[in-house]
Design a protein around this ligand. Structure first.
Ligand code: ATP
Ligand code: MG
Length: 137
């Protein structure tokens, strides 16, 4: 079954929106199969955002994602990547549809409340950064 790595990002955790964000993701009908709170190390953040290494926002997004605790979670289900990313909304909250997580909880294109893997391959890689196989239930 398809899986996706989700992060409730530091702004989401700091503002007390973790539960609300996870509830919206559970309401999609997909299944929560792993979750933990952690502070992401610089090394892990650089691996997570490696595809963006050459982008002008790389250093800033690494600083931000390591700035405070996050909640990492794995969801599983049919077409879970497109289902969860639709619930998250556009990267830039100014462009996000009404009713999406980013429309309602994000502050800016960078501090945008939540992350979701964008393909089965990136999901597998990103899940391995935060979870051991036996942590996925
Ligand atoms: P995510 O990967 O976090 O789920 P996404 O797939 O919608 O978001 P990406 O293009 O993968 O967006 O960008 C990764 C993250 O980098 C964004 O979520 C955001 O935090 C940050 N980011 C993206 N574009 C910008 C930008 N132009 N300026 C600042 N930060 C940005
Ligand atoms: Mg992305």
């Amino acid at each position: 079954m398809e899986k996706i790595l989700v992060l409730v990002k530091p702004d989401g955790v700091e503002k007390g929106n973790t539960g609300a964000i996870l509830a919206r993701l559970e309401a999609t009908g997909t299944r929560l199969v792993a979750a933990r709170m952690l502070k992401i190390s610089r090394e892990t953040a650089e691996k997570h955002y490696a595809v963006h290494r050459e982008r002008p926002f790389f250093n800033s997004v690494v600083e931000y994602i390591t700035s405070g605790p996050v909640v990492a979670a794995v969801f599983e289900g049919k077409d879970v990547i497109s289902v969860i990313r639709r619930a998250m909304g556009a990267t830039d909250p100014a462009k996000a549809e009404p009713g999406t997580i980013r429309k309602d909880f994000a502050e800016s294109i960078e501090r945008n409340a939540v992350h979701g893997s964008d393909s089965p391959e990136t999901a597998e890689y990103e899940i391995s950064l935060y979870f051991k196989p036996e942590d996925i239930l």
